[in-house]
Design a protein around this ligand. Structure first.
Ligand code: NAD
Ligand code: 6OD
Length: 498
């Protein structure tokens, strides 16, 4: 059998420690939890769970570092260091790749194009963006005729708690840490318990790049009664930025309310794709294949509901199912692999419960619907089949709830109005995709959908200067470009009487 990427990760990384004040520290209670390899189910790492005391130490280190050399650096000095962090990720690209794929089971083909390059880009882009982030000035008339000037100054917010999920671990964590540090803040990160390795590895890169101790800290553990709750409830934290499930987002928002701390919340979606008869069919099939199945669609932006105009419905279903049936499931480092396992057995059970529910709710199973047969050495992994359903009622749970697995409903529609109404018939509002060659329709439909991001004739095409976030239960606030910088700074107005 070929070597599994888990085996390639350096021995030192098999024990994942907390990173506090520039050094790796064991759990102060000696508590560890197991990280399993999602491809095989075998034990891959022991992770040190941060206690309340460990979280206190991380927050204190972050607070002290605010007033240390980091706080005194100019924007361009900080920017130069963040560029070195990005260079450091590039220099250790293969280690980050192996670690990310070992934690998640995702194919190298995805992580080498998306996760790891974006991990580096998130530092470069925001180190540069912060230099061009303007403030405002107003000249004010006063009764004595002499007037006043109002000048706004931007200040760092302070200690930022970063709570990140498991689906794009390095990408989504650095998407917050990059702009937070560029603005002069310090951070304490709590990565997902499922995927702690690349966040931990980043500590070494931070040290090598010359980031002062205490600026970047990592505490490992779970949510309730563990590092996540200890951190978000901590009085020493000035703001919280979170990506994850909507129900967790509600808990985090409640924690942030104590002390009226600012919070940024990026949550889930039940994203629609609208495929019109005037689309370029090859492009729509290729794009929808990615948006439904890439990374086992453990992507918040992924499509779980596909609405197709009736004249092309049968052809679309047949072609999408044929393409997905050809997927090769396998190990991350096998170049033939199209799809890996889900991140964990727990998540596999959740997805399989929806596969079962779909049948109970009346779905016709066009493709998949179960667990694939895998070679014996992979039989213990968290595998599921790519799955396509038709015939599900619009009010069924499978059509309304986020599944976060490689599956979708396909349903026909007859008019543009019906398609828009179906797209908007959800409590979520994160992303959507519209497939049409008619520019007027593209503009009409994309702006009529109530969500944060609509792609026309593409999917997951990202420009990091653009606004990213969701409406309704998909989140609060926007990240990206100056929207991130807005969140990670406080604006102070200075009024000067002449
Ligand atoms: P999750 O909400 O279970 O966990 C996210 C993080 O929150 C983890 O680090 C977890 O340990 C922590 N956490 C859990 N409970 C907590 C608590 N009470 N207090 C503090 N921290 C707590 O989400 P997940 O399963 O890791 O990720 C998948 C979800 O994330 C999906 O719903 C997906 O749509 C969403 N997501 C959204 C975006 C986005 O940008 N909108 C991006 C990626 C993932
Ligand atoms: O590309 C990004 O910046 C981003 N936040 C992607 C989120 C993907 C969700 O899984």
């Amino acid at each position: 059998m070929r070597v599994n990427p888990a085996e390639e990760v350096e021995h030192a990384m098999r024990e994942v420690k907390n990173f506090i004040n520039g050094e790796y520290r064991s759990s102060s209670a000696g508590k560890t939890f197991d990280k399993l390899n999602p491809c095989t189910g075998s034990l891959f790492a022991k992770v040190h769970e941060a206690t309340r005391e460990d979280v206190d130490a991380a927050v204190k280190a972050a607070r002290d570092a605010l007033d240390g050399p980091w706080g005194r650096m100019s924007e361009s000095e900080r920017g130069a260091i963040l560029h070195k962090v990005a260079d450091g990720i590039d220099a250790r690209f293969d280690e980050f790749l192996a670690a990310e794929c070992a934690d998640t089971g995702k194919p190298y083909g995805i992580a080498s194009h998306i996760d790891i390059p974006r991990g580096a880009a998130n530092f470069r882009v925001f180190a540069d963006a912060v230099k061009n982030f303007a403030t405002e000035a107003f000249q004010t008339a006063t009764p004595d005729g002499k007037g006043a000037f109002n000048i706004a100054v931007r200040k760092r917010k302070g200690v930022i708690a970063v709570i990140s999920p498991w689906n794009l671990p390095l990408l989504l964590m650095t998407w917050k840490v990059g702009p937070a540090l560029a603005c002069g803040n310090t951070v304490v990160v709590k990565p997902s318990e499922e995927t702690p390795t690349t966040t931990s590895l980043l500590g070494e890169v931070m040290n090598a790049a010359g980031v002062p101790p205490g600026v970047f800290n990592v505490v490992n553990g779970f949510g309730p009664d563990s590092a996540g709750a200890f951190l978000t409830e901590h009085k020493g934290v000035d703001a919280i930025t979170f990506t994850g499930e909507t129900r967790t987002g509600e808990v985090i928002a409640r924690a942030a309310a104590k002390g009226l701390r600012d919070v940024s919340i990026e949550c889930g979606g039940k994203n629609p794709a609208l495929v019109f008869a005037d689309c370029d069919m090859d492009k729509a099939i290729e794009g929808t294949l990615r948006s439904v199945f890439a990374n086992c669609v453990q992507v918040c932006l992924g499509t779980e509901r596909v609405y197709v105009e009736r004249p092309i419905f049968d052809e679309f279903v047949e072609r999408l199912a044929r393409a997905a049936a050809d997927f090769t499931l396998g190990l991350p480092d096998d170049p033939r692999t199209d799809m890996g396992p889900l991140v964990s057995h727990e998540h596999q059970q959740k997805v399989l419960s929806y596969y079962q529910l779909a049948v109970e709710e009346g779905a016709q199973v066009v493709l998949g619907g179960g667990v694939p047969e895998m070679p014996s050495e992979l039989a213990g992994g968290a595998w599921v089949q790519p799955t396509i359903w038709t015939g599900l009622p619009d009010d069924s749970r499978v059509v309304r709830e986020e599944i976060f697995g490689p599956c979708c409903l396909i349903r026909p529609f007859d008019t543009e109005e019906e398609a828009i109404a179906l797209a908007n018939d959800t409590t979520y509002g994160l992303a959507s995709a519209v497939w049409t060659e008619n520019v007027s329709r593209a503009l009409r439909v994309s702006t009529a959908i109530d969500c944060g991001i609509t792609w026309v004739n593409s999917w997951f095409l990202r420009d990091l200067r653009t606004a990213f976030g969701g409406t309704k239960e998909s989140g609060i606030g926007r990240e990206g470009g100056e929207h991130s910088l807005e969140f990670y700074t406080e604006l102070q107005n200075v009024c000067i009487k002449i």
